[in-house]
Design a protein around this ligand. Structure first.
Ligand SMILES: NC(=O)c1ccc[n+]([C@@H]2O[C@H](COP(=O)([O-])OP(=O)(O)OC[C@H]3O[C@@H](n4cnc5c(N)ncnc54)[C@H](O)[C@@H]3O)[C@@H](O)[C@H]2O)c1
Length: 235
């Protein structure tokens, strides 16, 4: 397989390391200092994107021009960005997820299955990331929220301070901690009467995301056009 890297930062370099170890070739990359590569790079078996929100327009143009399958892990995207990805998925296979670790894929499945059983319990999400992360809450926290509140009816709060009143029945707190070099930790807590259930996923290094992305890219490359979830590709 050959790949084109969109974004050549920490994740881009790690993806390259994993891909080369599997015998793939990297045909090139685009980044802030070489955006013209989006316009000139040829079709690849797959494009792997871990860049920034500002790259989305040029990236979409590259995918549209070359019809290269796209795996993206860039977080902080807005609904219009997802509209563009959904539109592109009519022409090529696409996967976007905020977290390529197998553990989080399993956690989302568990939450979707069991959160309805705990519908009357209070729920809160806490995420912890390194001090260089630019968006909050994390894309993974948003996906976990979606798993426990699929209809989006909860009142989501991102901070409590002062006389904020009692916790509302449909409230879900989503809180972001930032510090050091933490690769990513997420805890979803369910509070019932006299009992509490917590699910925690800890990424001990970024390598889990890079390895997961490379595995998913391998599964994606031969798929027909469509928008895939990680669960569809790896379970
Ligand atoms: N989905 C996952 O599993 C997962 C895991 C880790 C990180 N991420 C996300 O991946 C992204 C990259 O993470 P990272 O740790 O490699 O960050 P990084 O800052 O090390 O690398 C990002 C790279 O993208 C480039 N970039 C930014 N804006 C660009 C633009 N407009 N055009 C071209 N290139 C641009 C930067 O110059 C940089 O080289 C972030 O959004 C991060 O949250 C996702």
């Amino acid at each position: 397989m050959n790949i084109f890297l969109s974004g050549y930062g920490k994740m881009g370099h790690m993806i390259q390391e994993f891909a080369v170890a599997r015998g793939w070739s990297v045909i090139g990359h685009a980044d802030i200092d070489c955006p013209e590569n989006y316009e000139t790079a040829p079709k690849a078996d797959v494009c792997i994107d871990f860049s920034g929100v500002g790259a989305q327009k040029a990236l979409a143009a590259y995918i549209r021009r070359t019809k290269t399958p796209l795996l993206s892990g860039t977080t902080g995207l807005t609904e219009p960005d997802f509209d563009v990805l959904r539109d592109l998925s009519k022409e090529v296979p696409i996967i976007w997820t905020a977290n390529y670790s197998t553990g989080v894929a399993v956690l989302k499945k568990l939450l979707r299955e069991y959160a309805p059983v705990l519908r009357d319990w209070d729920k809160e999400i806490v995420e912890l990331h390194h001090n260089q992360k630019v968006d909050a809450p994390s894309g993974t926290a948003k996906q976990l929220l979606q798993a426990i509140d699929p209809d989006g009816t909860a009142l989501v709060v991102h901070g409590r301070e002062g006389m904020c009143g009692k916790r509302k029945e449909n409230e879900i707190g989503v809180f972001s901690l930032r510090g050091g070099t933490v690769a990513g930790e997420h805890t979803v807590s369910f509070f019932g009467e006299d009992e509490c259930l917590e699910f925690t996923h800890k990424a001990q290094s970024r390598r889990v995301f890079a390895a997961g992305a490379v595995r998913a890219a391998e599964a994606l490359a031969d798929k027909p056009a469509g928008f895939y979830t990680l669960e569809e590709l790896i379970f």
